[in-house]
Design a protein around this ligand. Structure first.
Ligand SMILES: O=C(O)CCC(=O)C(=O)O
Ligand SMILES: [Fe+2]
Length: 316
């Protein structure tokens, strides 16, 4: 249809600077409307991305039998093979707070030399941890004056994990467009995404239209996850998103999930809920929601039904 919007120009914030009043109001709007925004000056060099790409690519190019030593039926369970999320998607998980040790354990199982991989993952994991803390602060500012000071303590036990994603549509490109990762919402407070220049990340509008989030040099994409949506009583939006593959080339991305601790009771503070006290989520324990999503294999990566709304929504 001529004139139909196909891509979304997300607002861009300099994360190395204090946020101005004007920027804060556009950030609030973006978090409420889209649940997505972008950041620049995040402190990760092109060189680190290129090293991270090289070491990850080396792992993904190992034989499947070897990678499956880290697969869903192994002890570590850090590798998601093809045909779980989609035929064209595989991923490797690196968990914090000791990203280096997590990376090292996976390398050892694969019999690969671990020092470079774990050193790079230490650097990237620590950088993302610090960024997540700064992002939580500015996102809290969107909810009200001084909220970052008042509620930061609720986020002090958060932890992060990184998913290194490899999309390989190579052999099956007789269709125009393939789904690399089905529609889902993230089970995080916030997620920080790096996508390479291939593109393919899309967000679903409230009206149900898919809009491209085009890659842009030196910027990272941030999105609000389900835990933050519930904690903010639905004020901040955890949007459905997906990845489509439009070209027969490999695509590389990194998704860093910043989450509440497992035992955290997620209950929006009264100040966030407001005077009319209309709660849109029942209080729930973080780990119970994780289990709910994990128990429904499809709910992990697709199927709009399985979100925090289905789990804890009051229908209000
Ligand atoms: O690959 C991407 O760009 C996004 C990945 C994603 O949404 C996820 O891993 O949750
Ligand atoms: Fe996601």
């Amino acid at each position: 249809m001529p004139g139909t919007q196909t891509s979304l120009d997300l607002p861009l914030f300099d994360i190395s600077q204090p946020i101005s009043a004007t920027s804060l109001s556009s950030l609030s709007l973006a978090c409420k409307e889209w649940g997505f925004f972008r950041i620049i000056n995040h402190g990760v060099s092109k060189d680190l991305y290129s090293r991270l790409y090289t070491v990850s690519n080396h792992i993904f190019s190992l034989p499947s039998e070897l990678k499956l030593k880290l697969g869903p039926s192994s002890t570590l369970k850090t590798y998601t093979p093809h045909f779980i999320a989609s035929p064209f998607f595989e991923s490797l998980l690196v968990s914090g707070p000791d990203f280096s040790a997590s990376a090292q354990s996976s390398s050892e199982v694969l019999n690969q030399s671990s020092s470079e991989f774990s050193e790079i993952l230490r650097e990237y994991g620590n950088r993302m941890t610090n960024l997540s803390k700064s992002i939580i602060q500015i996102v809290l500012m969107c909810l009200g004056e001084d909220f970052e000071r008042k509620f930061e303590c609720e986020f002090t036990n958060c932890h992060g994990y990184l998913r290194i994603n490899n999309y390989s549509p190579l052999e099956c490109m007789n269709h125009k467009e393939l789904e690399g990762l089905g529609m889902h919402t993230d089970m995080s407070c916030v997620t920080i995404v790096y996508q390479d220049q291939i593109g393919g990340l899309q967000v679903r509008s409230k009206e149900g239209n898919w809009l491209d989030i085009n890659p842009c040099d030196d910027t990272l994409v941030v999105n609000i996850g389900d835990l933050m949506q519930a904690w903010s009583n639905g004020k901040l939006r955890s949007s459905e998103h997906r990845v489509v593959l439009k070209q027969p080339v490999n695509r590389f991305s990194l998704a860093f999930f910043w989450c509440f601790e497992d035992e955290k009771l997620i209950l929006a503070p009264e100040e966030v809920v407001g005077e009319r006290n209309l709660r849109v989520y029942k209080p729930f324990v973080c780990a119970d929601y994780m289990k709910f999503r994990q128990n429904s294999e499809r709910g992990k990566f697709e199927k709009v039904g399985f979100t925090v709304k289905d789990f804890a929504g009051t229908g209000g």
